[in-house]
Design a protein around this ligand. Structure first.
Ligand code: SF4
Ligand code: SF4
Length: 127
């Protein structure tokens, strides 16, 4: 039974998990683990402009440049995202974790990967 104090649920771990927008969700056989929070610290943080500190670049396991790729994805520049190897992102969440501007870098990386994968599937279906 979920405590009434819980305001946010995340499926998976703290770095790569996915937050739910709704607390009433089904638990299935593929459900791994859930994190339950009484306060939404992430939503309370204001997203500000990139200050070019380079922290996201210093932690990258896939040798990518998250601040540029995430911006490409956010602006729908998926051709640039793909050309700069955005599909190599392993979705570890490290870039978002260290960003002092609280920019949603990993979220935008996921968005870019999904868009490129969908475009590739559509192109393959036409052949
Ligand atoms: S989420 Fe992707 S872009 Fe960000 S640090 Fe991990 S591998 Fe790099
Ligand atoms: S960590 Fe955040 S503020 Fe620093 S360069 Fe990367 S995106 Fe910009």
């Amino acid at each position: 039974m979920l405590s009434e104090k819980v305001t946010k649920l995340v499926a998976g771990g703290p770095m790569t998990g996915t937050a739910f927008t709704e607390l009433r969700i089904p638990v299935t056989k593929t459900s791994g683990g859930f994190l339950a929070f009484e306060e939404d610290d992430v939503a309370a943080r204001p997203i500000t402009a990139c200050i070019r500190c380079g922290r996201c670049v210093s932690v990258r396991p896939a040798m990518l440049v998250p601040q540029i790729l995430a911006t490409n994805a956010a602006y729908g520049e998926f051709d640039k995202f793909e050309k700069l190897h955005g599909m190599e992102c392993v979705e570890c969440g490290c870039c978002s974790y260290v960003c002092p501007a609280y920019r949603p870098l990993a979220q935008n990386m996921k968005l870019g990967k999904q868009a490129v994968a969908a475009a590739r599937r559509a192109a393959a279906a036409k052949k």
